[in-house]
Design a protein around this ligand. Structure first.
Ligand code: T4K
Length: 381
């Protein structure tokens, strides 16, 4: 291995972040803004909102969806819509919003370990976590790789549980040609700036039928059924018209963005293929992955630790991120729970200790990717 400071001459390069929002050409957005200025219809289910719900459902291959102001409010509302209470089984290896959405509904999270191959909830560990208070399972399609949806559904059917997928990472992912968003009772997407498909901020709940969509639509608009009727203690979770317009425009560009992401991921795969101490996730056969993230797992036999590699990249202006470290279960509001005990979550802990998410976004410059690959490979020698 060469000394870590060997490439100091490159440190002055412009910074590279784990992601950069995908933005279509500005001039293509102007006509949408002109319409908005003319109509003065800015929010509350305006025409862009209605159009985007239809176009997105068609694009994603789902029956119905309800747009939201962000993925977190959508998660909170999905739990409300199904009247989930008591205990919910979930993963500790995720963004904090997953578990926080339970707390906001006064629900106790019960953490279950993950499968190290997929980083998703391990179905073999779910049944032992079920108690009389369990009402639902809240798995995450982490990094856009699908959970074992069939086994999870079998468990849910056996024990009479609901399943809500946190599909924040899973925009457009298909298994054997079918959307993974149609599994479980509901799925929740995020359209945050850092996501594969962004509306600046935004999100959606995928609904299997019109009745549940109607209830969710009430809930995201304070519970109003009409001007004088309030049917539920709803919240304000509506997507505004600027975000909805951005979504309509993004839909025209997202296929190309997915192709570019796949190419960037392939280059990482080729680059690290001969380094056994570095692991990238493998997509299962038949998966149309969205390459939402590029997690690299730095094994214990790698000459440099994960944190040393993270610091080295940072020194070179490459701001990779350790998603998802620390584990959600280790934060103060969760660590007192019996299910949060680290010995109960060994695989999740190992992943959190080894992960480093590499920059992946359509405008990542090839020279920046080669530079960061070079830095990482240097640590393997
Ligand atoms: N469930 C899961 C599994 C999730 O991953 C998330 C969100 C949610 C639920 C909740 O969905 P939302 O309510 O957010 O819709 C980011 C995102 O804020 C968050 O959406 C995402 N997951 C999480 C994994 O990542 P941070 O704190 O890492 O973001 P930040 O601001 O450090 O951004 C990362 C990098 O992206 C920056 O270093 C630079 C770049 N960036 C970021 C923003 C916001 C830009 O270039 N432009 C930007 O506007 O959480």
């Amino acid at each position: 291995m060469q000394p870590l400071g060997a490439q100091d001459d490159m440190i002055s390069q412009r910074p590279v972040f784990v992601t950069e929002p995908h933005l279509p050409p500005l001039q293509e957005f102007i006509p949408y803004l002109e319409k908005l200025w003319a109509s003065k219809r800015l929010t509350n289910g305006g025409p862009f909102h209605e159009q985007l719900e239809k176009e997105l459902a068609a694009y994603l291959g789902v029956q119905h969806l309800s747009l939201f102001s962000n993925g977190t409010i959508a998660l909170v509302t999905a739990l409300q819509a199904l009247r989930i209470s008591g205990e919910v089984i979930t993963t500790p290896y995720t963004f904090v919003a997953t578990a926080h959405s339970l707390i906001w509904n006064n629900i106790k999270p019960v953490f279950v370990d993950v499968d190290p191959g997929t980083c998703n909830l391990d179905p073999a560990r779910i049944e032992e976590a079920i108690t009389p208070a369990t009402t639902a399972i809240l798995p995450v399609h982490c990094y856009g790789l699908p959970c074992d949806v069939d086994r999870i559904q079998r468990i849910a059917d056996t024990y009479g549980l609901k399943v809500i997928y946190d599909a924040a990472h899973a925009f457009g992912v298909k298994q054997d040609g079918a959307s993974i968003l149609n599994h479980g009772d509901l799925s929740v997407l995020s359209f945050h700036a850092t996501k594969v498909f962004n509306t600046f901020e935004g999100g959606a709940i995928i609904c299997p039928d019109a009745k549940i969509k109607q209830r969710i639509d009430y809930l995201k608009n304070f519970g109003f059924a009409d001007e004088v009727t309030v049917v539920a203690p709803g919240i304000n979770g509506k997507m505004n018209e600027v975000s909805a317009a951005m979504g309509l425009l993004q839909l025209q560009h997202v296929d190309q963005a997915l192709v570019t992401r796949a190419a960037i991921h392939r280059r990482y795969q080729d680059a690290f293929a001969d380094v056994p101490s570095l692991r990238l996730l493998q997509a299962p056969t038949g998966l149309e992955w969205n390459h939402a993230y590029c997690p690299l797992f730095v094994g214990p036999d790698h000459p440099v630790s994960r944190d040393a590699l993270y610091a080295l990249l940072k020194k070179h202006g490459i701001h990779a991120r350790r998603y998802f470290y620390p584990l959600v279960s280790s934060f103060p509001m969760y660590r007192g729970l019996p299910s949060a005990a680290p010995e109960h979550l060994p695989h999740a802990q190992t992943l959190a200790d080894q992960v480093i998410c590499l920059p992946i976004y359509p405008t990542l410059r090839a020279e920046d990717q080669e530079r960061l690959i070079g830095i990482i490979l240097q640590t393997a020698r």
